[in-house]
Ligand binder design. Structure first.
Ligand code: UDP
Length: 251
């Protein structure tokens, strides 16, 4: 990868900052140590979280790429920085659930832990001001964010991500319970997987542990005040690293 110079801050989100570079086809993403939950009502600083999520995400994006799924990822830069392609984010959060947990069980009469086969796909409108509401087909159409073909492609890609991640995590002793991804359009108009894929955005349970709290290795440790958040993310990275030792470097 050619050298680049960091430009201005383009966007600051809850967990990341995005910077322009002097190259049109490259932006730099800094992963922060900030942790938020419940639409940022709960906040904390967790030293090392940004680096762990960046390291995990880089390797998972490369895994998806190997499985033929396009992503915005270009290369790991610093421990908590990655280079990505600039994309136009679709303000739709795509959630796939393999096991019922979290909000689903608060909104429907379904026992936490129930396997979902086929997996359940939910779309949410990504806007904190509205509390990221669940979308209906009619509301999605009304918002005019995607053509029917683009929506079909978005759902196809999300399904492919689930197949890839489910298999990968099972191989390192982790159950992928559910996850959220965001997608966007690259400059050539193609839909690609963007944002991050980490224990902040995936529910991951240790398959070797039966205790319902101890097995949690994701952001639910923060949401539920279980403690050991950074340690749990570290355990996820250790296993991901075992399978994907060295991500591409942009240096
Ligand atoms: N998720 C996320 N960002 C959000 C909402 C959900 O990354 O703004 C992830 C969450 O970590 C989980 C999955 O999406 O892996 C499903 O979350 P759910 O709808 O159950 O909401 P929650 O119970 O986390 O409020």
């Amino acid at each position: 990868m050619t050298a680049y110079t960091l430009g201005s801050l383009l966007y600051e989100g809850k967990a990341k900052r995005v910077y322009a570079t002097d190259q049109n086809d490259l932006v730099a993403v800094e992963y922060k140590d900030d942790a938020t939950a419940f639409n940022a009502l709960k906040k904390a600083q967790l030293a090392g979280k940004g680096e762990l999520n960046c390291q995990i995400s880089a390797r998972l994006f490369e895994l998806l790429e190997r499985d033929g799924i396009p992503t915005h990822y270009r290369a790991l830069q610093e421990p908590n920085w990655m280079l990505v392609r600039p994309i136009r984010i679709v303000p739709v959060e795509v959630v796939i659930r393999n096991i019922a947990f979290g909000s689903l069980c608060k909104q429907m009469p379904i026992e936490p832990g129930t396997p979902l086969d086929p997996p359940l796909l939910d779309l949410y409108y990504k806007d904190d001001a509205y509390g990221d509401p669940l979308l209906t087909d009619a509301r999605l159409e009304r918002l005019g964010l995607l053509t029917p073909e683009q929506r079909q492609e978005l759902e196809r890609l999300a399904g492919a991500v689930n197949t890839s991640l489910l298999r990968f995590f099972a191989g390192i002793g982790l159950q992928l319970v559910d996850f959220k991804i965001e997608l966007g359009f690259s400059s050539d108009g193609a839909l690609v997987v963007a944002d991050e894929i980490s224990p902040d955005t995936c529910r991951l349970w240790d398959l070797q542990v039966s205790d319902a709290s101890d097995r949690i290795l994701d952001k639910d440790r923060f949401r539920q005040d279980l403690g050991g958040v950074v340690e749990a993310y570290g355990e996820v990275l250790k296993r991901v690293q075992g399978a994907c030792p060295q991500p591409r470097s942009g240096r």
